[in-house]
Design a protein around this ligand. Sequence first.
Ligand SMILES: [Zn+2]
Length: 138
Amino acid sequence: MKNFTDRLLQIIFIAIICLTSIFVYKKCNESSHQLPEYKILRNFTLTAYCPCTICNGKYTGKLYDGTLIKTAKKICNIIAVDPKVIRMGSIVEVHGILYRAWDVGSAIKGKRIDILLDTHTETIEFGIKKGITIKVYE
Ligand SMILES: [Zn+2]
């Protein structure tokens, strides 16, 4: 009879461990749902621009909504996108850096992203990068 009791206690003990691990597993999965949702988009072409007249024409020093680039750059990194592909205001991760989609451009259509840099020399050095995978947090 003592053996039977021991066995029973053992089974109860194992059952408690199993239930606890299921509970912990569920908890972990629940918390992962709280991470921001993002989608991965592939095959983008990257170029760069700066606040100058060559890059912006009549929008020199300003974003499409009239915000001064100088002011906006203090808040976050900025990219120009095609709003049909990436919603304005989205946070976009490119090469591990986060940018805010805060501008548009006449040449920025489809899977194109224009990264706002400080100087025109930097934009020329940046050149064109193709086949880039990005993450978009909306
Ligand atoms: Zn420029």
